[in-house]
Design a protein around this ligand. Structure first.
Ligand code: GLP
Length: 249
């Protein structure tokens, strides 16, 4: 398949963060009430630091912005230090002027997960859809917590995590031990993500090289969830040279 994915290869992880932050800043400057999608993980941390700096030093305002996050660990309270709500507050939301009530992170302790997920989808629709969604990628090609095998039309739902993902998130950066990692998560679906008008996926480091190669040059297949972005009309991967090292071009 002739991939539509535009790939920007940067010299460094810092350059990846600057380019990604500039894309979101441009959007917010052009459309004050933009609806943005956000991601967690180590990769976007620097992008969030850049956006917080632009808020402090360049008056970039998020006061009218609405944000939705990709996913949340099932069973973790928002106050848990490994919850994605906590990550977003401490890495971004606490450092900008976004209104807390305009930040939407799925509730990992919801009494009824199906209702929680349906409410999340309804909220996205009610604000007119997502203008630009920031994504990371797992070493197995997952996006959000859509593991290999996730259907192209999947919606926000409760999912099981694979051992690869559990291991990747307990390598000392986040959870100290695999036994601490929840086995399930609430995750926006591939279909949910594909409906965003623009997608920006970040990857740095050699551990992501195989996943990036499979996503960009491999077949469009649920075996590599991120490959199912290939027919999106506006999808950019911003990667460093190490993450790009497996690409054909
Ligand atoms: C987790 C998240 C993903 C993220 C991935 C990669 O599995 N659910 O949304 O893309 O980690 O994270 P990192 O950037 O830390 O490699």
């Amino acid at each position: 398949m002739a991939a539509n994915i535009k790939v920007e290869v940067c010299d460094s992880a810092e350059a990846v963060a600057s380019m990604a932050a500039a894309k979101f800043a441009d959007l917010v400057r052009a459309k004050a009430n933009a609806v943005i999608g956000l991601a967690t993980g180590s990769t976007p941390e620097q992008t969030y630091a850049e956006l917080a700096k632009m808020h402090r030093q360049q008056d970039l305002s998020f006061a009218a912005v609405t944000a939705f996050n990709l996913d949340e660990y099932w069973g973790l309270d928002g106050d848990h230090d490994q919850s994605y709500r906590h990550f977003m507050n401490s890495n971004l939301f606490d450092h900008i002027d976004i209104r807390p009530w305009n930040t939407h992170v799925l509730n990992g302790k919801a009494v009824n997960p199906a209702l929680e997920c349906a409410g999340f989808e309804a909220k996205i629709l009610s604000v007119g859809g997502i203008d630009m969604w920031l994504l990371g990628i797992g070493p197995n090609g997952h996006i959000a917590f859509n593991e290999p095998g996730s259907p192209v039309d999947s919606r926000t739902r409760l999912v099981n995590l694979t051992q690869t993902t559990i291991d990747a998130n307990s390598d000392g950066r986040f959870f100290k031990d695999a036994s601490e990692v929840p086995r399930c998560a609430l995750s926006a679906g591939i279909g949910t993500i594909r409906e965003a008008r623009s997608l920006v996926l970040l990857a740095t480091g050699s551990k992501k090289a195989d996943a990036i190669a499979a996503a960009v040059d491999g077949p469009f297949s649920p075996d590599c969830p991120s490959s199912m972005l290939q027919d999106h009309p506006d999808c950019t991967f911003i990667v460093d040279a190490e993450a790009a090292s497996g690409l054909k071009r």
